[in-house]
Design a protein around this ligand. Structure first.
Ligand code: F6R
Ligand code: MG
Ligand code: MG
Length: 366
């Protein structure tokens, strides 16, 4: 049997420069140094990048998903980078490292993780999406469009290799349960859940005919992990593409509409998800609007050939323009919903304190 490759994307915010807007080069360089020592040993290859204030470690190896050694390498890298962030007094140094010491797997300890294991095909184009100032529910709409909507993915209609459709594994983050639904036959049931992205999030997608992994997303919700707000979960997502999966352009087409996501300022506002080039992944206006970048790679025996900056293309200019218009429109609501999130979803709130202060002033209506 052909050998399997594991692709692990593990990310954390270990300090922002300036504020929560971007990443300092020293952190990226330090992370490269840390992972560089493991190349050719634990890792086949790696690539370090950033999206906004998030440090993104992209790694290939043959140790499978959830491997303790790989997760420890990522954790130790974040700890080392936190020390650099502290030296420079970067903002929120170490903010996503919720535990004092590593305990087997970074899942549940703060960092976001998306991993998949597969036999590398003759040619294996991979797209890695990384977002800042939003949460994993942000992937629901584009993933639905890519893997279930024939108006986005022409191949669902005209390519015999994907005409049977895909299965969506969704996670109920409140009750920690998962459910798998197949498309197109269970599409309407699926949309009941996907349309509620603060609770139900796509975690994995499989090709229906042979259960081959097609996409995987990070579904850690930091606020639930920590029991209180400690930072946004700023998710990552991996999609395979071409021959038997949606084409590269079909996957990217899923992001051509800048849909409204939760996050932005103080993790408490709705805003458009704007697909941008690597260079433009620096959310500044009202700490946003939320951004997504896409790094494209060809795998060659586990080696990461790339990245290509997939949203660095004029064909996404109108998407970005619409996103900026939406940002203007939503900003004009100020502290009103639906710009501000509903009370129970805000990550910052003065509500209990204000209620306590005014408790005696509420008058019963007759
Ligand atoms: C955090 C974020 C920011 C902060 C905001 C306030 O990921 O995106 O919008 O929530 O800048 O930050 P603090 O409370 O640290 O001053
Ligand atoms: Mg931050
Ligand atoms: Mg971030």
């Amino acid at each position: 049997m052909a050998e399997k490759i594991t692709l692990s994307v593990i990310k954390a915010d270990v300090g922002g420069y300036v504020g929560h807007s971007a990443m300092h080069d020293d952190l990226v360089n330090k992370a490269r140094e840390c992972l560089g020592k493991a190349k050719g040993k634990l890792l086949i290859d790696f690539h370090v990048t950033s999206c906004g204030d998030d440090l993104e470690l992209i790694m290939t190896h043959q140790l499978g998903e959830g491997n303790e050694k790989v997760h420890k390498l990522a954790w130790d890298t974040f700890v080392t980078c936190t020390a650099v962030a502290k030296e420079l007094k970067l903002y929120g140094a170490g903010q996503d490292l919720l535990a004092d010491a590593f305990s087997g797997n970074v899942k549940g300890m703060g960092p976001g993780v998306a991993e998949m294991e597969f036999v590398e095909r003759t040619s294996e184009p991979i797209l890695i999406f990384m977002a800042d100032k939003t949460s994993p529910g942000a992937w629901n709409l584009p993933l639905y469009r890519i893997f279930a909507d024939p108006f986005t993915t022409a191949g669902l209609v005209i390519d015999p290799k994907i005409h049977d459709g895909f299965k969506f594994e969704i996670l109920d983050v409140l009750e920690n349960k998962s459910l798998t639904l197949a498309c197109p036959e269970e599409m309407y049931d699926l949309l009941v859940f996907l349309g509620a992205p603060s609770r139900y999030m796509v975690s994995r997608i499989f090709r229906k005919t042979d259960n081959e992994i097609a996409a995987t997303a990070s579904t850690q919700k930091l606020s639930l992990i920590a029991g209180e707000y400690v930072g946004k979960d700023d998710p990552v997502m991996i999609s395979r593409s071409q021959s038997g999966f949606p084409a590269v352009g079909e996957v990217l087409e899923g992001f051509s509409f800048p849909h409204t996501v939760a996050g932005w300022m103080r993790g408490s506002h709705h805003g458009p998800l704007m697909p941008v080039s690597f260079k433009e992944a620096t959310p500044t206006r009202f700490d946003g609007p939320p951004r997504v970048i896409c790094a494209g790679f060809q795998l060659a025996n586990g080696k990461l050939i790339g990245p290509r900056d997939m949203f660095d293309d004029i064909s996404f200019d109108e998407t970005r323009r619409l996103a900026n218009q939406m940002a203007d429109y939503l900003r004009r609501h100020g502290p009103f919903e639906p710009h501000r999130l509903p009370l129970e979803e805000m990550e910052y709130t003065t509500f209990p304190k204000v209620m306590e202060k005014l408790a005696g002033r509420f008058k019963k209506m007759s």
